[in-house]
Design a binder for this molecule. Sequence first.
Ligand code: DQA
Length: 147
Amino acid sequence: KSILLINGPNLNLLGTREPETYGSTTLAQVEEQAKKQAESLNATLEAFQSNTEGAIIDRIHEARGNVDIIVINPAAFTHTSVAIRDALLGVEIPFIEIHISNVHKREAFRHHSYLSDKAEAVLVGLGTFGYTCAIEHAVKNIKPAKK
Ligand code: DQA
């Protein structure tokens, strides 16, 4: 199976950004660990991060036909982006939504997601361990996209 891991805006600052909310693990560490984990499960994983909505949409489009499952932390775009929702639905690739923090324990504007009702699974509040859970679930239990 092939997995595409997408991280949205400001997650490049992981490890230094609001560590009380997001922890001290860096994005490079998350991505490296994710690749090793996928390999150990006989899967492949490519990691992508962008602060730009259009770049994330373009990367989702490129995944069509060559990625089985998308694991995405859309960060703030979770709460604003109809366009990322439409891109994910457009390419017909199953996806898992993840949030490092428990968004439901935070401001009301973080309680709504434009993706959750279409996601295979939603992981919130597990810290960066959420990525580990999402990848294992993706490889073991999610039926890949039709090609
Ligand atoms: C986040 C939660 C979002 O509300 C926030 O805008 C982020 C990160 C998380 O991983 O907890 O940037 O997606």
